[in-house]
Write a protein that binds this ligand. Sequence first.
Ligand code: SF4
Length: 239
Amino acid sequence: MSFADLPFDVGPVYEGERIRGNQMYIELGGPKVEKHFELVRVKKDKEIEDGKITIIGPNIKDMEEGGRYPIGILVEVSGPELEEDLEAVFERRVHEFCNFVNGIMHLNQRYTNWMRLSKSLIQKGFDDLTMLGTVLIRLYKAELPIIKKAQVTLITDPKKIEEPYEFAMGIYDKRDERARTIHDEDVDMYYGCVLCQSFAPTHACCITPDRTSLCGSINWFDARAAAKVDPKGPQEIAS
Ligand code: SF4
């Protein structure tokens, strides 16, 4: 996998990069923007056009320096071994993969996602959100080889984000409702997660049916699915 065709660096070394207000070119999502989300969906093979990137709404060149804009990140993936249980696990990796970009800071998840793009990233030539879609697609397929095809839609239009935002909220509710149906005594395995160690080096979560993760985005079902597909990954069997 190479990013040599892009005008900026990409790699895990940039995780944990902070972009302060005076370094920021634009902010996408975050507490001052009304609607924003990130969602991963597992689809059938024929429903995915591998590598397709769709931008709905203003692109970088249409945005004012210092401005705040909505962001919807929809990643759709397919592969013969994929199942719906993996969606939340894949979704949490949006945070990691966006942070691989030198000049992007990504915080939080689901409908609290918050990104800052730095002035230096824009100066290097990041003038099209398609580049972010390219990074996401390449990293998803390289880091999670069970993903065979991926397409990305990025939404920045305040009106057009409304319907996919409500759809995403429904998916989050459905996942949470399912997690409420089981309890610690119903299972014989708990899980650990260390995904946040790029920002908080001593942090780890223990995830049981009654003890959901600190971020709220990895429940026991998600951790079980993650440990199954990537036993040495950030979510692992704890006991
Ligand atoms: S489960 Fe814990 S370590 Fe993992 S992403 Fe959430 S807060 Fe971070």
